[in-house]
Write a protein that binds this ligand. Sequence first.
Ligand code: ADP
Ligand code: RUB
Length: 311
Amino acid sequence: MSNRPIILGIVGDSAAGKTTLTRGIAQVVGPENVTVICTDDYHRYDRTQRKALGVTALHPDANYLDVMQQHLTLLRTGQPILKPIYSHHTGTFEPPEYVKPNRFVIVEGLLGYSTRGARDCYDVRVYLAPPESLRTQWKVKRDTMKRSYSEEDVLAALRQREPDSEAFIRPQRKWADVVVTFYPPDNEETNSSNLNVRLVLRPTIPHPDFTEILDQNDRYPLSAVRLGLDRDMGKPVDVLEIDSHATLEQVNSLEMMLCNEFPHLKDFCSVGNQELGKLTGTTGEILQSYPLAITQLLIAYHMIKATKMVQ
Ligand SMILES: Nc1ncnc2c1ncn2[C@@H]1O[C@H](COP(=O)(O)OP(=O)(O)O)[C@@H](O)[C@H]1O
Ligand SMILES: O=C(COP(=O)(O)O)[C@H](O)[C@H](O)COP(=O)(O)O
């Protein structure tokens, strides 16, 4: 196949924001062009079996990672798979579904980077790393509202899972091209739309040219958009930070740096795209976040760039 599908990985712990970011990126590149695979479908045991065995869904042995890897290999070459389905509603498995990959495949889940063979399947690898306090808040909210758990159940599950999070989930950060951390500004109460973002950009893929920001940083060191050098897991990285109070002008100029390289991406820039950075708040209200909009655009940039490399 000359135009094989582009595979984007979005990995992170439970309630780190994988589904939210996946939906946002699909919106940017067009949902009709995207196939979403959630690797929770490769759980080896159902909820009752896990409880009886005393294992968590985060342990590699509690998942068919070999089958997940086979399926990623097939999708990468444009071939269909017969994918299992795990229902978070019932905690059991449903009949498998036939899935044919679209132009873009987003693979989101807990253990997507845990084997070498799986890691080699992605064109772009993202890891979501919100502070644990924010993830706890998100998990409690999501699991009590959408998955019928009580707050005590969720907090107990987080405690039970912590050793596996430490051993198997968080170490996968090192395989990501981009590490995304949404975090609340100091001394401000967290709400869905006021989060800052810190984007760790590893030199494993070529990032857009942000040198203009470096020049601006010299003049305005406290700017709401900053680019700097740092180390992540011991390795040198670039870090792009966008504060929630960034102005429309700052965000537009950042978008132009991204969108100018690909005429195709211009259609998605927020000047003409009201969907970018949209979020549903706690009471169902629609909010817009600039840090989220830039994160979605940066990842869409990498997906579109990858299509140019496989042509
Ligand atoms: N970028 C974000 N900004 C604000 N809230 C978010 C963001 N990402 C996730 N959330 C909140 O966290 C909850 C869990 O996110 P979700 O995307 O379902 O996580 P995951 O798919 O990793 O389990 C969501 O229901 C939402 O309330
Ligand atoms: O941690 C997750 C992954 O989902 P997500 O990343 O969306 O939180 C789920 O808890 C497991 O799939 C187990 O499911 P259950 O809670 O049904 O036992």
